[in-house]
Design a protein around this ligand. Sequence first.
Ligand code: FAS
Ligand code: PHB
Length: 387
Amino acid sequence: MRTQVAIIGGGPSGLLLSQLLNRAGISTVVLERKSRDYVLARIRAGVLETGLVNLLREAGAGARMDREGHLHDGCHLAQNGRMFRVDFKEACGKQVMVYGQTEVTRDLYDAQDAIGATVIHDAEDVALHDLTGSPYVTWTDATGTHRLDCDFVAGCDGFHGVSRQAIPDTVRTEFEKVYPFGWLGILSRTPPVEDELIYAAHDRGFALASMRNPQLSRYYIQVPLTDKVEDWSDEAFWTEFRARMPEDVAARLVTGPSIEKSIAPLRSFVSEPMRWGKLFLCGDAAHIVPPTGAKGLNLAASDVHYLYEGLTAHYRGDDRGIDAYSQRALARIWQAMRFSWSLTTMMHRFPGATDYERRMQDADLALLERSATARALLAENYTGLPY
Ligand code: FAS
Ligand code: PHB
């Protein structure tokens, strides 16, 4: 087999890149380790920046999002029972789209099917070869071992994928910060407690009220790294969630059985560079942010944007885009890293934090409540820096 761009990973990064490239007349093959059902069973992000919204429309995969997604003009910040609003539109004239990553992935799979794109599932033992020469990819499945020759490889295989490891240790520099807590998240078929998201700092720990649609709520609480999902009954979750939200919010919370419950660890991670020879890393394969700033999926989108632009230019004879890819992507990534780290640091209770550090958290929140300039800076980052 031969294609122009081999894409490792059939999550949002890989599918969006495949969809955009195919629509530009560039052939791709997506190699995904898991089944489509497995990929679509993942519950992850919920907030889309304008850049991703526009890319999905450009890819011909935005119609259902435009019908079923919800545009939000702001969000709320709460601290030990007090709450104030950050008005994105007033602060920076932008909004965010609330529409689950699961639905984004489903729409991308449907769009790929509609154009007859090649997505190979259950591809085991994917390996990348000759990345600085004539690249090719091998994998195995029930029918045996396969080889795909290509011009380029896009490593869209997430944090635990093989692509990042294909870049020699002597070339790669990794930057990491692991946070001393995780997020316990649940999904429940209940009406969201508030029309917009609530990020709540509390002496008991952080909590987030989000949603997927008017009948589907997504809630999180910060938990110690030692906690296991089985430690948390639904009732225990609701009790703790209520305790961390302002009283009026807790009073109107509608609870119900969880239809999904999981604990995600929090880390900040970047691997540089994002290109080695004919290999380009995209999305979680190159970077991870704590979900506090809702940047993970959205950073994957800006990587795809830069790589899509670079590859289409290459096939027109201009290599400036692919030569600048890593530097361009990393410039935006590090800004999102800073924002996600600062919001996580401000909103969470850190074990062993000094009284002084807690006062700095209080001061950060007080500044946001008082200063329209501070809220504008948060709004500009939350709604997404320009590509
Ligand atoms: P993904 O990890 O989504 O996709 C990579 C794909 O590659 C997967 O389908 C995987 O099966 C496949 N793969 C892996 N290894 C392979 C191999 N060797 N061969 C072939 N295929 C392989 N972001 C937010 O913005 N907000 C959130 O609330 C949020 N919550 C999250 C919760 C969890 C538990 C996790 C893990 C992430 C969360 N994220 C969140 C971040 C998440 O949304 C990612 O940013 C997003 O999935 C990135 O998409 P991809 O880069 O496509 O990586
Ligand atoms: C979600 O709805 O899953 C969500 C929203 C905002 C975040 C993190 C997660 O910052």
